[in-house]
Design a protein around this ligand. Structure first.
Ligand code: FEO
Ligand code: CA
Ligand code: CA
Ligand code: CA
Length: 650
């Protein structure tokens, strides 16, 4: 989607959708069943096991809790026997002089640079001893993204503009409320979690200096006044979901960054690296109106004699996946261009195998965009693994065929098929850096499958089966449905899954089917469950977004409904559900407060503490969570524990 549409969604305005039962619904069920039958008959026995399609009855149910009912309460609801408590809300001091949060919004930009940001999203827990192979569940680094901001709560009385110019300290605060927080946390003898006032704690913001690596580093289209050699930039923005590497670094993913920039170039004249991503004539927050270089760069209109004298290429330094070493507070974050440039939702890795390439997946969250896979050029070895593995490799884009097979199409300038497509279509790329800066255009050219907004992916910890949420696509026309996106319109979303055919996950072929179609009882189905039943009151949900497998193989699903789905109808507030992929059992586990999105989840290694992020409570419905008493709402992490000290979800 373009940034304007995203902004409308953020304000709770959603395109009108037809909520009636699609006439082809029964045929979707029949085709999915047929697809699975073909797969079971057509592939080897190992693959059948890996698909987990016929396991009903032979394994204990992974879900051991009573589902909670949908509700519209301004609180966190968890199952009987569980407790939930807010932790590290926006404004919590974590570094520097540890400035206290002020409820009236008067914290300065400088103070915000030392406090937890707004709009918590993707998150990981690094055991404090993980670099030595340890698995501490009582002490670690909680690292999280701050996707965007709510100017209404950030400032005393919202954003201001004086003669078309934003006050500089408001902008400094907004830039600082974005990015990443690295927070050392520890559990005390009573089981309470606390922030450790540690020198490891760090805020990375929309202004932190970063290095650019991979094939697009140093490219002519990356040259800016700040970095005439095209290898540096400042900041990371709109960090949605995340990933983490086998070498214990954190990856933060730049999603809806295009709208932070503006250009004075007429739409017909804009370069494809802007137009294909939706950068237009006005920016979301007007940061460029402040007369300081760090803010003026958000206007990418050419003004100088060459790219080294202005910021025409500044937006090209965004749209990437950024690696952060959370254990080294003075390290420079790295933008990895080999992983492609698009509206990255997140990134998820196959378990690394010694002597085999690194394999990871990332979705481009916009309507009709694609799912990608990266395969490293060099093989993984625990001893030598590091950031360099993400600098060279092949980026592929997914094509889902109707018969349940799929292909990974290489976006590789030196590949014969890529060159042949350039010749056939007349689309021109100068080199691999140009391909990566224009990843979407390259994927268009190769004929990738247009998806219903790919969000998070999750990889089963043992089988390597990959699940992806497709959150919704309300404007997909009935005439434009395909096997992988079978509802048009699709206001409720679905979850797709696949298995790689190659044993090392690096090959070009995969086999896929649909796990479930989200929606109300009248328009939903669990396609992997015996008899393909509809969802029921215990598990109806819409707009699945966050997705994560715990170590036992429970699939956790988080929702990001907005607009009418959130304010009326059967779904209640946004929620988190758990699914057993073997049985198809799905149960609602947690319901968030008014207006929030539930996004980001991770356990400690012993699965006795779960961290869940609650983003933008009170948008659009007024909320005073978590402070109560009419206070302004704050995004926060929620700590979920089981009262008997048991594993979460079991
Ligand atoms: Fe930031 Fe696609 O959710
Ligand atoms: Ca998301
Ligand atoms: Ca979403
Ligand atoms: Ca969000």
């Amino acid at each position: 989607m373009n940034s304007h549409e995203h902004d409308l969604l953020l304000q709770g305005i959603e395109p009108e959708s037809n909520h009636s039962n699609n006439p082809t619904f029964q045929s979707i069920l029949a085709e999915n069943i047929q697809r699975r039958t073909v797969l079971k008959g057509g592939v080897g026995a190992t693959m059948i096991g890996a698909l987990g399609l016929t396991m009903t009855g032979c394994k204990p149910n992974l879900l051991g809790f009573t589902p909670v009912a949908a509700n519209r309460d301004d609180t966190i609801t968890v199952p009987e026997g569980y407790s939930a408590k807010a932790f590290v809300p926006w404004g919590t001091p974590i570094t520097g002089s540890f400035p206290a949060y002020r409820e009236d919004g008067t914290n300065t930009g400088e103070e915000q640079e030392q406090q937890v940001g707004q709009h918590h999203d993707g998150m990981h827990f690094f055991p404090i001893d993980c670099k030595k192979g340890g698995e501490s569940s009582t002490h670690g680094l909680l690292v999280m993204n701050h996707e965007y901001i709510d100017q209404g709560t950030l400032h005393p009385a919202g954003a201001t503009l004086v003669d078309g110019v934003r006050p500089a300290d408001e902008v400094r605060k907004e830039v600082a409320a974005h990015g990443v927080s690295v927070i050392e946390i520890a559990q005390d003898y009573s089981g309470e979690w606390h922030v450790v006032p540690s020198s490891i704690n760090r805020r990375i913001t929309g202004a932190t200096e970063m290095e650019i690596t991979g094939p697009a580093a140093g490219h002519a289209k990356m040259v800016t006044k700040f970095s005439p050699d095209g290898t540096r930039t400042r900041g990371t923005l709109n960090n949605c979901a995340h990933g983490y590497t086998p070498w214990n670094t954190y990856l933060t993913c730049e999603e809806n960054w295009a709208g932070y920039f503006r250009t004075g170039v007429a739409s017909a004249e804009r370069p494809r690296e802007l137009s294909r991503y939706g950068t237009g004539s006005s920016s979301r927050y007007r940061w460029e109106s402040v007369n300081e270089d760090v803010y003026k760069r958000f206007d990418v209109t050419p003004t100088g004699a060459s790219a080294a004298e202005d910021y025409r290429n500044e937006a090209n330094t965004f749209g990437w996946i950024v690696e952060v070493d959370p254990f080294n507070p003075t390290s420079t974050p790295v933008k990895h261009t080999a992983l492609g440039r698009f509206a990255h939702e997140g990134i998820v890795f196959q378990r690394a195998k010694s002597g085999q390439p690194i394999v990871c997946y990332s979705g481009d969250d916009a309507t009709n965009e694609y799912i990608y896979k990266f395969v490293s050029k060099h093989n993984y070895s625990k001893r030598t693994a590091g950031s360099w593995l993400l600098d060279e490799g092949t980026l592929y884009v997914a094509k889902f065929n109707a018969d349940g097979t799929g292909e990974w199409l290489p976006l590789d300038f030196n590949d014969a098929a890529f060159q042949a497509r350039m010749a056939e279509t007349g689309v021109v790329f100068a080199d691999q850096g140009d391909v990566l800066i224009n990843t979407r255009t390259a994927a268009d050219m190769m004929g990738a499958t247009k998806m219903d907004r790919p969000e998070w992916g999750a990889v089963h910890p043992r089988t390597g089966e990959v699940y992806f949420t497709l959150t919704n696509h309300s404007s997909r026309g009935a005439a434009n449905v395909d096997a992988a996106n079978p509802r048009g319109p699709n206001p409720y979303g679905h979850i797709i899954r696949w298995n790689e055919v190659s044993a090392n996950f690096a090959g070009n072929a995969f086999l896929w089917d649909i796990f479930l179609l989200a929606g109300p009882v009248t328009d939903s189905a669990i396609l992997v469950k015996e008899g393909t039943p509809a969802l029921d009151e215990s598990n109806i949900h819409a707009s699945p977004d966050g997705l994560w497998f715990d170590e036992d193989g429970r699939l956790w699903i988080q929702t990001d409904m907005s607009g009418s789905q959130l304010t009326a109808g059967p779904f209640g507030n946004n929620a988190m559900l758990a699914a057993d992929p073997n049985t198809g059992d799905v149960r609602r586990f947690l319901v968030g407060p008014y207006g929030c999105e539930v996004t980001g989840v991770i356990n400690t290694p012993n699965a006795r503490t779960m961290f869940v992020n609650i983003q933008h409570p009170g948008e659009p419905r007024p909320s005073d969570w978590p402070d109560g008493a009419g206070a302004r709402p704050r995004s926060a992490t929620v700590i979920v524990t089981k009262n008997d000290g048991g594993k979460i979800g079991g």
